[in-house]
Design a protein around this ligand. Sequence first.
Ligand code: CMX
Length: 435
Amino acid sequence: MSGLKDKLYEKIQVQRPKTARLVKEFGDSVVDQVKVSQIIGGMRGIKSLVTDISYLDPMEGIRYRGFTLPEVLEKLPKPKGAEMPYVEGLYYLLLTGDMPTQKEVEDLMVDFNNRRTIPQYVKDVIDAFPSESSPMAILSAAVMSLERESLFNIKYKQGMSKMDYWDATYEDATNLLAKMPLIGAYIYNKLYHPEKGHRYADPTLDLGANFAYMMGKDKPYDDVSRMYFIIHADHESGNVSAHTGHLVASSLSDVYYANSAMINGLAGPLHGLANQEVLRWLQGLREQMGGKLPSEEEMKKYVWDTLNSGQVIPGYGHAVLRKTDPRYSVQREFCLKHLPEDDLFKYVDALYKVVPDILREHGKAKNPWPNVDAQSGVVQWHYGVTQYDFYTVLFAIGRSLGVLSNIIWDRALGYSLERPKSLTTKMIEDMVHAN
Ligand code: CMX
């Protein structure tokens, strides 16, 4: 077993009896009550999922295994000369709850690199898509095409014990994670730079640096990639992408089915697609302004025009958060350090000054503050990834880290097939005496 897998197994053995005890001794204890508004309103806030990998506090933002994002970025080991940590190290932290040492991460990097190839048939699937296709549709199909490689499926058919599900899932998940950046870079080069051709992975590079290399981007895009994948990795389990991955996996579908489904959920404009919507929307403003930075009044008018035409302001609001998203703040800090004079950054900054007050005055959004997507496109644009259709693919590569880590733990703890109960409208009316 690899070092990470050994450590994970130790943690699983400690956790299993805790979960079993909760069900056995406290199975009938009440944790939450459900309101009609929650049933009709997208199950908002109902406490009905369990994960130890991350927790989202409405006021504080996300913590991975108890660490805030600034703590994660400070404490995880970094490649020599890098500003941002190894992405591989985050996988270690998410799976075990322990901050890895430099040596542990370097070992894991070798393990990842050994798994870093994509079969020709995956490239053929990607190449078969017309060039106008959505990169998210291509990504989902490419992941799906890899399903034949699932060790979980092979072992399940051979009669694997439930106690070993986590092991085969770990192998599948780690294989897929190592391949996701390669698939992303292959899609990017096929759609936007067919003249340049494709690069093979460089076995000396960590996940973030190799992604930058395969995208054909120079430093500091390696750090941008590391930061991007790390901050998008997990946001507890109720968001659409994480929940979809968990739901699909709960039927014992393997991680290829589950991660492909997760990608499909992320592709919606209210979720991951918002990062490219922000860029599309800002470009509209830039065109209107003939390239010049709008005055505060012009900015306010553009925001109000968008709201009055019945659209949402992309990159603002959140289903859980009630303050500025720390994922926004991490990227803002990066921009202030590396691209303070960037035109688009100035637009985003100017928006930050006007949108929260306008959303409050508008009176609908419960959270007027920016989320991760308000800032992320700007960083990509600055470093030459101007094809904003592609941004959600980057989000998906990052999100896979959290979703797949959760699925390994789902298997280890034997979480059940998900099956909530539905009611008819008439039943609800009768229950609340609405007649
Ligand atoms: N602009 C305008 N209206 C907004 C708004 C925004 N940014 N955010 C919320 N609202 C509106 C909602 O559309 C809703 O209106 P209706 O009552 O007419 O349906 C009302 O305010 C209440 O919504 P809420 O409870 O505050 O927010 P929800 O939990 O329903 O939705 C979210 C959350 C993110 C979908 C919403 O804030 C939104 O549409 N934001 C813009 C899209 C976006 O940035 N999404 C990315 C989120 C982060 C991510 O997952 O990537």
